[in-house]
Write a new protein. Structure first.
Length: 183
């Protein structure tokens, strides 16, 4: 029996121990991750926070939920959230689950053995359907990054990096140094 969006929100808010996604009407628990995955995620968050103006952006780690046009709700590993979207949620839905339908400027999925296939296929496709501006997939063990960047016509370019400093096109002045990230 499919789970409604209302039931999903109630479960996600009430369950303190599990990060839930809603996929094709089913509750799907986001699995626990490896140390390598979590350390890379923490390093990304630190690097973004020091470069982004606090009054303009928030950085979420395993938060928020992003609603996909199909009705799925996905949780990226790291997500840069424009502050005006956060303020709007606080003003209109302060006690509701943090969910955004609007495209995000940047989000990351970090490779993990338990989520690699879903991240590379389903989630990537859904983030592109949402119109997220940049979708980055990092592999901390093999030490590479693939960046998908939305173009004015709605298509995405795909660039693979194996080191060096990578500029975030959607956030001018923000860079990620892959060599130090993967140390």
């Amino acid at each position: 029996m499919p789970v409604s969006e209302e039931t999903y929100e109630r479960v996600a808010l009430e369950d303190d121990e599990t990060k839930w996604e809603l996929v094709c009407g089913r509750l799907v628990a986001k699995p626990d991750m490896t140390t390598e995955h979590e350390q890379t995620t923490r390093r990304l968050v630190r690097r973004l926070i020091v470069q982004l103006p606090e009054k303009a952006y928030s950085v979420g780690q395993n938060s928020p939920k992003l609603r996909v046009p199909s009705g799925n709700y996905r949780i990226p590993d790291v997500c840069v959230i424009p502050d005006q979207l956060v303020r709007h949620r606080l003003e209109t839905f302060p006690e509701r689950l943090e969910v955004y339908e609007q495209p995000m400027p940047l989000l990351f999925e970090v490779w993990s053995p338990s989520t690699a296939n879903v991240d590379a296929t389903e989630k990537l496709r859904e983030y592109q359907q949402r119109g997220d501006l940049e979708i980055w997939r990092l592999h901390p063990i093999e030490r590479w990054l693939i960046a998908w960047r939305r173009q004015p016509d709605g298509s995405y370019t795909e660039i693979r990096y194996t080191g060096g400093v990578v500029e975030v096109a959607s956030l001018p002045g923000v860079v990620i140094d892959l060599d130090t990230l993967f140390e």
